[in-house]
Design a protein around this ligand. Structure first.
Ligand code: AMP
Length: 423
């Protein structure tokens, strides 16, 4: 085979026809489950203002410093969205969604872009689904987000995972904890990794997230934020834990969980799977009570999560879960001669109008080749038409799976195959 002249960019992947059914199946599960939870879909543009993303996610985060695809055109700065929390909040503020009343329970599905080093489970264009509940500071909202997230994996059939939970506190608790953490790390600062030394001033809590070997010893014995939460944050966290337990959603408290965006307050969570390799995070989220105000809205508490769709598919593969049925078509019309072909072209819409999926040969091939095509298309029936059949008004309907044939008129054929599509 000749080598293709043009290919996708590094880390950007085509979803080919054999793959798209499982995407549709997952999307359908998400839409159905969202309806059950009374979440409403939001779709925002692929590109946002660079400033929004920097401001929203945090100037010093990895995403903003290393991973955004940004460019300028005319006087405008564009960025391909690396996540959807900041854009959804932007939309909430821009369109005054608060005026709809109550808390806004929003969900989304779509592509995100991050210029990361590609590897299994990590792409530069990848897809997330997620929710944002904007307008409620109640722990119930945190738990509803988590319950929704879990419900998707449950429906897909992924049962083996670890829900890690932490509270990153409110600004007051965080300030206090950051000082405690810095006091603890300061005497050994020059033994920490270069990255962690940098983060010491800018975002010391991210040091807890470090994968660098030299940091591990210090991280292991570090003071934990759970011991430094103020009364409100501690009560909030306890309520989240209690509600999860009452729903029998298992979790482990991970005091090192801080997550990559600056906007998190209080609850932070991550869902990992032992069935994934080194990129084992299926989903993550948390509360971000300061973001709406940061982006120019009224102070408004909010909570959400984002889940990687490619990672979910990798877990499915490992577990031999298939989300979609093999492709099929109800009827393949195989024709002998030009009159029969013309009849087929006119008959296709008749079948389709009655809810039957139908196709025919577009290449003028021999009957034998057409029957092969019918097989390849996994047709349930082949409808075979030649001059004799047209004259008699009776056609051969071959059941491709059982290899038996009947002579029927068109209405009888429709009666026979129509129920297939409506099952
Ligand atoms: P984040 O927005 O970083 O919290 O990521 C949420 C989820 O999106 C992760 O748990 C992953 O499942 C998925 N994810 C994040 N980055 C990537 C990527 N580069 N490629 C594929 N999936 C990703």
């Amino acid at each position: 085979m000749a080598k293709a002249k043009y290919t996708t960019h590094l880390g950007m992947v085509d979803i080919l026809p054999d793959e798209s059914p499982k995407w549709r199946a997952l999307e359908q599960i998400i839409h159905e489950e969202a309806a059950r939870y009374n979440f409403e879909e939001i779709r925002t543009p692929i590109m946002e203002q660079t400033e929004l993303i920097k401001r929203g996610i945090g100037q010093l985060t990895d995403i903003v410093t290393k991973e955004i695809f940004a460019f300028t055109k005319g006087d405008s700065n564009y960025v391909l969205r690396p996540e959807l929390t900041a854009p959804v909040v932007r939309s909430y503020v821009q369109h005054h969604l608060a005026q709809r009343g109550g808390s806004q329970k929003l969900y989304y599905i779509g592509p995100m872009f991050r210029a990361e080093r590609p590897q299994k489970g990590r792409q530069r264009q990848f897809h997330q689904f997620g929710v944002e509940v904007i307008g409620s500071g109640d722990p119930v909202a945190d738990v509803e987000c988590i319950a929704f997230m879990m419900s998707i994996y449950k429906r897909v059939g992924i049962k083996n995972f670890n829900l890690k939970l932490n509270s990153v506190g409110d600004p007051e608790s965080r300030e206090q904890y950051k000082n405690v953490l810095k006091d603890y790390l300061r005497p050994n600062l020059n033994q920490l990794s270069e990255l962690s030394q940098k983060r010491f001033e800018t975002n010391p809590m991210r040091i807890l997230d470090s994968k660098e070997k030299e940091d591990q010893e210090f991280i292991k014995n570090a003071p934990v934020i759970g011991d430094h939460l103020n009364e409100d944050s501690a009560a909030h966290f306890k309520k989240v834990c209690d509600l999860l337990s009452s729903l029998e959603i298992g979790y482990t408290i991970d005091p090192l969980l801080v997550r990559g965006m600056d906007y998190y307050t209080r609850t932070a969570f991550e869902l990992t799977s032992p069935d994934l390799g080194s990129q084992d995070a299926l989903a993550g989220g948390g509360r971000y009570d300061l973001l709406v105000e940061e982006i120019g809205g009224q102070p408004t508490p909010a909570v959400g999560f984002a889940a990687g769709m490619e990672r979910l598919f990798i877990a499915c593969e490992e577990l031999d879960i298939s989300l979609a049925e093999p492709k099929t078509v109800d009827v393949f019309i195989a024709t002998l001669g030009d009159t029969a072909r013309d009849w087929a072209v006119k008959t296709l819409p008749v079948l389709r109008d009655r809810g039957v999926s139908a196709t025919m040969d577009y290449l003028g091939r021999s009957l034998k080749a057409q029957m092969k095509d019918a097989n390849r298309e996994n047709a349930r029936y082949a409808l075979i038409v030649g001059d004799n059949e047209l004259e008699a008004g009776k056609f051969t309907l071959r059941n491709m799976h059982e290899s038996d044939e009947e002579q029927l008129d068109l209405e009888q054929i429709i009666q026979k195959v129509a129920h297939l599509s409506n099952d």
